[in-house]
Design a protein around this ligand. Structure first.
Ligand SMILES: Cc1ncc(COP(=O)(O)O)c(C=O)c1O
Length: 393
């Protein structure tokens, strides 16, 4: 075979979301887009906020030498300073531009961070259900992913995490608000996690980084706020992007923020900057860096997601599906009424509803619905869900 055996194997493992995407395209062609209820993709449908167009217009006016040149691999100093201002508020900690690195989305930021910290064979704990790419990113950078299930309501299971930590543990990735569950970890949970990791570091005489993947931080419901992590754990790193809160996933713009109190800060930031370069990203896109610098603290209209969440939860409750109401992000992760989540997703497809089986996120027995779709798709799906669920009520 021409391609590597590993990539061949990865191709079959990563196929769920891609498979549903392809199915969606085929069904829309066959039945008309308005007759298919596609909840398979986390690709935000909202336009960026109006301030984005203003900022983009201003940046496009810039002319002259160096406007599109390479810059320092970590990003433009004025952009990093602007991001640091916002992170200082979110993390309740004074951060400077020196602690920020601009990246190609959160995905780029995670790869950069893992490359900077991992020795071959070191372990990274991921919490199921998880964003499916984590294990690939860990493998990319020579590490080994160790999956630990979350507890009831998908909250942190500290005991299970504690059991999974070994002398080889280099990091744990958390994602809050969570894709696929919509869970947001409380300050108390995060404080307990921080204390537990501190004690593990002492026990194993090691450094364990807490990587907080936060692209949904600003999309929360019912007044829920994502707690600041830096005051709770020294070796914390935030990785995030503007993909979801500004609806810019195709522009590949994100950042890493490092806790000023972190171990080996200077070496770590140096390693991250080099990783950004040698992973082939070189630097985050120049234009987009300048655009987002002017948009700190801005978000898409989250009221739209709030209304969709209310409508969708009601539709799913009415047909008897069980789920934990999402506190943030734009996903619902209901329990499959039958054990085989893939079979249930195939059943939904007969009613032109597209979802992703929980096994695609490391948690069989559930399925994910993404509600970053037009209101009409959600409202229109009510009758289809009703028919699909008749058999199970
Ligand atoms: C939890 C999570 N982390 C990271 C990413 C990657 O984000 P980006 O597009 O900014 O690379 C996504 C994208 O869907 C995500 O859901």
């Amino acid at each position: 075979m021409g391609i590597s055996l590993k990539m061949n194997e990865f191709g079959s493992r990563s196929s769920w979301i891609r498979k549903m995407f392809e199915e969606g395209a085929r069904m829309k062609e066959q039945y008309g887009a308005q007759n298919v209820f596609d909840f398979s993709l986390g690709n935000p449908d909202l336009a960026p906020p109006p301030e984005f167009d203003v900022s983009l217009g201003e940046v496009l006016e810039e002319r002259g030498k160096g406007v599109h040149a390479y810059m320092q691999n970590g990003g433009y100093p004025h952009v990093k300073a602007a991001v640091a201002g916002q992170i200082s508020i979110e993390q309740e900690t004074t951060i400077t531009g020196a602690e920020i690195l601009m990246t190609c989305g959160a995905a780029g930021g995670l790869n950069v961070t893992l490359k900077a910290i991992l020795n071959p064979g070191e372990e990274v704990i991921v919490l199921a259900p998880f964003f499916v790419e984590y294990n690939f990113y860990i493998d990319n950078q020579g590490g080994i992913g160790k999956v630990v299930n979350t507890g009831a309501d998908f909250s942190l299971d500290l005991e299970a995490i504690r059991q999974a930590v070994t002398a080889k543990t280099k990091a744990i990735i958390i994602n809050s608000p969570n894709n696929p569950t919509g869970q947001v970890y409380s300050a108390l949970e995060l404080q307990a996690l921080g204390e537990m990791l501190e004690s593990c570091q002492s026990e194993f005489d090691s450094t364990i980084f807490l990587l907080s993947d936060e692209p949904y931080r600003k999309i929360t419901y019912d007044g829920v706020e994502v707690p600041a992590l830096f005051p709770l754990y020294k070796n914390a790193i935030v990785v995030s992007s503007y993909s979801k809160d500004l609806s810019l996933p195709g522009e590949r713009i994100g950042y890493i923020a490092v806790n000023p109190a972190i171990a080996c800060k200077t070496e770590l930031l140096g390693a991250m900057t080099l990783a950004n370069r040698i992973l082939g990203f070189v630097n985050a896109p120049a234009l987009m860096q300048k655009v987002v610098a002017k948009l700190q603290g801005k978000t898409v209209d989250c009221e739209i997601y709030t209304k969709r969440r209310t409508t969708f939860c009601k539709i799913l409750e009415d047909v008897g599906l069980e789920f934990t109401k999402p506190k943030g992000a734009f996903y619902i992760f209901p329990k499959s009424p039958i054990e085989d989540d893939a079979a249930f997703v195939a059943h939904l497809q007969e009613f032109k509803i597209l979802a992703v089986p929980g096994r695609g996120f490391g948690m069989p027995g559930y399925f994910r619905l993404a509600f970053c779709v037009e209101d009409e798709v959600i409202a229109g799906s009510a009758a289809a869900f009703k028919k699909a669920m008749e058999k199970y009520r």
